[in-house]
Design a protein around this ligand. Structure first.
Ligand code: GLP
Length: 239
């Protein structure tokens, strides 16, 4: 694991955008993996700046997002579709974007189709990740099996609590989601994980220094051949 610690989240976001810029400059038709949550927001802003400044171009690139809430429509402001559209997709010129469908009647089929779609594009070149306070990646909660492909997941109490800030009240937070599995994430050729703030310090410590254990899904990243963690000082405090 390559670990870089920054003074502040502005620097961290610029560094993350630089990694995406390098990817697009060296392989314009890259398959990019995107994440939601508050952690990558500034990184998306930096990518948009680089696009507007003519430094990078997404016109040959396609993207796959990690996850989506089940039962939430694309148009809902709390959906991950909406988030991605708002933060990135409407500002750049990606050739094609994919976000898991949380409204499919047959979720099992939808999961297998998402896996097949990723495979049909040759797999993910560069995957962006955030991390949950309990060490989850995508929506793969503790004890998710490492060999899982795209799957339906039950969100834990801690994730529901953490995500309540995006909803009017806790009861409104969906209890299930569709998420790329740990296997999909691990198969990405390159991974960059961004984390900032004190409430991520334990998850980062367990990811980097802990046992490789499904109890901390991100701990599998210790075995990835090309994984970079971009952290601010608070998230790196226990390392
Ligand atoms: C959600 C998302 C994850 C994200 C996590 C952390 O659970 N499914 O992909 O990493 O939230 O979010 P934040 O960056 O807001 O702390």
């Amino acid at each position: 694991m390559n670990i870089v610690v920054f003074e502040n989240t502005d620097q961290l976001a610029k560094a993350c955008a630089c990694i995406f810029a390098h990817q697009l400059l060296t392989k314009p038709n890259s398959v990019l993996g995107f994440a939601t949550g508050s952690s990558p927001i500034k990184s998306y802003e930096e990518m948009v700046k680089l696009f507007r400044d003519g430094v990078i171009d997404f016109k040959e690139a396609v993207s796959f997002n990690l996850d989506e809430y089940i039962g939430v429509s694309e148009e809902s402001p709390v959906s991950y579709h909406y988030f991605m559209h708002d933060m990135l997709f409407r500002h750049v010129n990606l050739k094609k974007t994919h976000v898991p469908n949380g409204l499919d009647k047959d979720m099992e089929k939808s999961c297998r189709e998402y896996d097949a779609l990723i495979a049909s594009f040759g797999g993910i070149d560069l995957q962006l990740l955030g991390i949950g306070r309990n060490g989850h990646i995508g929506f793969n909660e503790p004890d998710s099996i490492f060999s899982a492909g795209t799957q339906v997941v039950q969100l834990t109490k801690s994730t529901i609590e953490a995500n309540t800030r995006f909803f009017d009240k806790e009861e409104d937070v969906p209890k299930t989601a569709i998420s790329m599995g740990v296997k999909n994430i691990f198969k990405a050729r390159k991974i960059v994980l961004v984390a900032n703030g004190e409430d991520k310090k334990e998850a980062i410590f367990n990811t980097v220094k802990g046992e490789i254990d499904p109890k901390v899904p991100a701990s599998i990243l210790q075995l990835h051949p090309d994984c970079t963690l971009l952290l601010d000082k608070a998230a790196a405090a226990l390392l």
